[in-house]
Write a protein that binds this ligand. Structure first.
Ligand code: ATP
Ligand code: MG
Length: 649
């Protein structure tokens, strides 16, 4: 834990939507008078018919149910599109930045987006898609991904977006789990100049599961196989489609989408979100966390969330919330290091981005290449930075703040999960003094607690499993097709509470510090330690860019510490360095944290959303390598071979 404290800059305290006094007042009301608080906040959404009950929820097994805004009718696309037409029809909604910067940027206004969503909704209807049907979307980061998702929501179909880079097996498993018989894809995706054979992957998946219709967008123009009777061309079907498609009347609790979690902890779960609560929750959190409002000149600030639509951040903070809030946003097809390591910062300059939201894994990868890639760009437009996906270690936080943000931009470190729909614990830029590495304070309506192993709520400064004791509107409603798994996974460990699966510390100031997943806690000679802490210490060393720590069996200590370390581009992996790192961790944390083995690893096994799959690292450390489990969701399965070959005995 770092001791640094960054007060709220004066201009933020003065001009932000929420200052520190307002935060306290609103937070208190959201807890004391939840119904009143949420009735008011729900007015940000246009309801076609008003709700009669704000909140009706219980986490108790005997009476387990979660319902928000009952009786309310709405359509989320009417909120994201139709209601903007009069006031901002010609405002750019999406600035699409292609993988290759020499390709043409596309700018799509709200009017154009509305038209295309309506047309594609009619295409889906003409293919027999009805309210409640599941539609699988397997598209790269192109505007058509957002168009497809919104077209589903327009007609009440439930989308299941599968990251365009998952293997045919992973895709087939997800198609099968939600029984969808239509897939929307592209001929190929492009990432870092490399084509990804999306259509071929769909074809391979379709060998395993029956699909009636495949709609294919031509992104690269590659020569692909066309199965007649099944495959149709996006442009051809769009050409003939009417742009008149009334929005389906949806109940607040009607399903909006299914999204499979990244799978870093086992068999993916089909997380199901519904309509009304999700619309209120995502748009509210987006507005407050990013202080999203018109600038002095009346224009909306350019916002860029670098997440892929294939994971929840892309759903909530690329597609739904920004559009509901009338944003102008960048949608980026590419990767941070193509054509070179300046790409993020060049895109920021090119489109004058004011708010930038990314994952620590990308930041650490860029940090290791040196500061010049950043400092040679201007970044003068930037005002606010965000982080999501895993704990941001103080080292990376400092770099983001000092080098990227020129010490000018607050960093909102947002803790949340696929299951929570939107940001749960996060600073607000005008309200919260920042502590590097801490997600800080709860969002309105969120009641976090830290419990002991028996589920007793702990007061004051403490650490342990993180639970949420009451429902919030954006909470997932079930695991698709397996309601019992939903209850067992999240509400059974600590009865009456939502168990996050994450460990957490709370300090004397009431700040929350996520320490990583509970199953990543290691027990060395009876001392419980979060792996994030050891990783943070390793990354704080000048030569290290990334580290992953797991437990390994140890005769004397019970568990020992096994560290996988990726060094900076210009560093040589020597025995001397290994010895130095062991000493370094002893000094940083204490002798109890002395690593028992350090393996240099040029790459770590990461999911597509950049999370380290620790269960694989655990198995390698335990030398239990015969069955590594499902590796189909890894970004680069080949790193596993290297890890196996260089295992420390
Ligand atoms: P799976 O549940 O399938 O194992 P996953 O948990 O990686 O996958 P997500 O829902 O995308 O899938 O990630 C949520 C998790 O990411 C959180 O539970 C937490 O461990 C971590 N996380 C996200 N944001 C932060 C943050 N700002 N600080 C610390 N941890 C974070
Ligand atoms: Mg998870």
């Amino acid at each position: 834990m770092s001791d640094a404290l960054f007060p709220v800059p004066a201009e933020w305290a003065e001009h932000a939507l929420i200052d520190s006094a307002t935060y306290l007042e609103k937070y208190q009301r959201s807890i004391d008078d939840a119904a009143g608080f949420w009735r008011d906040e729900a007015q940000r959404i246009d309801w076609i018919e008003p709700f009669h009950t704000v909140k009706d929820t219980s986490f108790d097994e005997a009476d387990f149910h979660i319902r928000w805004f009952e009786g309310g009718k709405l359509n989320i696309t009417a909120n994201a599109l139709d209601r903007h037409l009069e006031t901002r029809g010609d405002q750019v909604a999406i600035i699409w930045e292609p993988d290759n910067p020499s390709e043409t940027v596309r700018k799509i206004t709200y009017r154009e987006l509305h038209r295309d969503v309506c047309r594609f909704a009619n295409v889906l209807k003409s293919r027999g898609v009805k309210k409640g049907d599941r539609v699988t979307i397997y598209l790269p980061m192109v505007p058509e991904a957002a168009i497809s998702m919104l077209a589903c929501a327009r007609i009440g179909a439930v989308h299941s977006v599968v990251f365009a880079g998952f293997s045919p097996d992973a895709l087939a498993g997800r198609i099968e789990d939600c029984q969808s018989n239509i897939v929307i894809t592209a001929d190929e995706g492009l990432r870092g100049g490399k084509p990804i054979p999306l259509k071929a992957n769909v074809d391979a998946a379709c060998d395993k599961v029956a699909v009636e219709t495949v709609i294919m967008l031509r992104r690269t123009g590659a020569d692909v196989q066309i199965v007649s009777g099944r495959d149709v061309d996006w442009t051809e079907v769009m050409d003939g489609a009417s742009s008149d498609c009334p929005a389906e009347l949806m109940d607040a609790e009607d399903p909006l989408f299914i999204l499979y979690t990244s799978g870093s902890t086992g068999k993916p779960k089909g997380v199901l979100h519904t309509t009304g609560g999700y619309a209120v929750w995502t748009s509210m959190t987006h507005q407050y966390v990013f202080d999203y409002k018109p600038n002095a000149d009346g224009k909306m600030p350019v916002y860029w969330c670098a997440a892929d639509v294939g994971w929840v951040t892309g759903h909530s903070y690329v597609v739904y919330a920004p559009l509901i809030n009338g944003a102008t946003q960048v949608m980026f097809e590419g990767v941070p290091n193509f054509p070179d390591h300046s790409r993020f910062w060049e895109v920021i300059d090119k489109h004058q981005v004011e708010i930038f939201y990314a994952a620590p894994t990308a930041l650490r990868a860029l940090m290791r290449e040196g500061d010049e890639w950043v400092t040679k760009t201007s970044r003068k437009s930037l005002r606010l930075l965000g982080s999501v996906g895993e704990p941001i270690n103080p080292e990376a936080w400092d770099w983001y703040h000092r080098v990227v943000g020129d010490r000018r931009c607050p960093i909102v470190d947002t803790w949340w999960q696929t299951e929570t729909g939107g940001a749960m614990i996060t600073p607000l830029p005008g309200a919260t003094a920042l502590k590097p590495g801490s997600a800080s304070k709860p969002m309105f309506g969120v009641k976090p607690e830290i419990v002991d192993n028996d589920g007793n709520i702990q007061a004051g400064a403490t650490d342990g499993p993180l639970v949420i004791t009451d429902s919030w509107p954006g909470q997932m409603r079930t695991v698709y097709g397996d309601h019992d798994r939903f209850f067992q996974t999240y509400f059974n460990t600590f009865p009456g509470m939502y168990f996050t699966g994450d460990g957490c510390k709370r300090d004397e100031d009431g700040y929350y510090w996520i320490t990583g997943r509970i199953d990543d806690v290691i027990n060395v000679s009876g001392h419980r330690m979060g792996t994030a802490e050891v990783e943070s210490a390793l990354v704080a060393h000048d030569s290290v860019s990334e580290a992953a720590v797991v437990g390994m069996p140890h005769d004397i200590k019970g568990q020992g510490i096994y560290a996988y370390v990726t060094t900076n581009a210009d560093v040589e992996d020597t025995e001397d360095l290994r010895a130095e790192l062991v000493k370094w961790v002893r000094k940083e944390i204490g002798p109890i944290a002395t690593p028992d083995a350090i393996q240099f690893a040029p790459g770590l096994p990461k999911t597509r959303s950049g999370k380290i799959m620790r269960r694989i690292l655990r198995k390698i450390a335990e030398n239990d390598v015969s069955n590594l489990g499902d590796t189909s969701t890894l970004a680069d399965p080949s790193v596993v071979d290297d890890l196996l070959a260089n295992r420390k005995k």
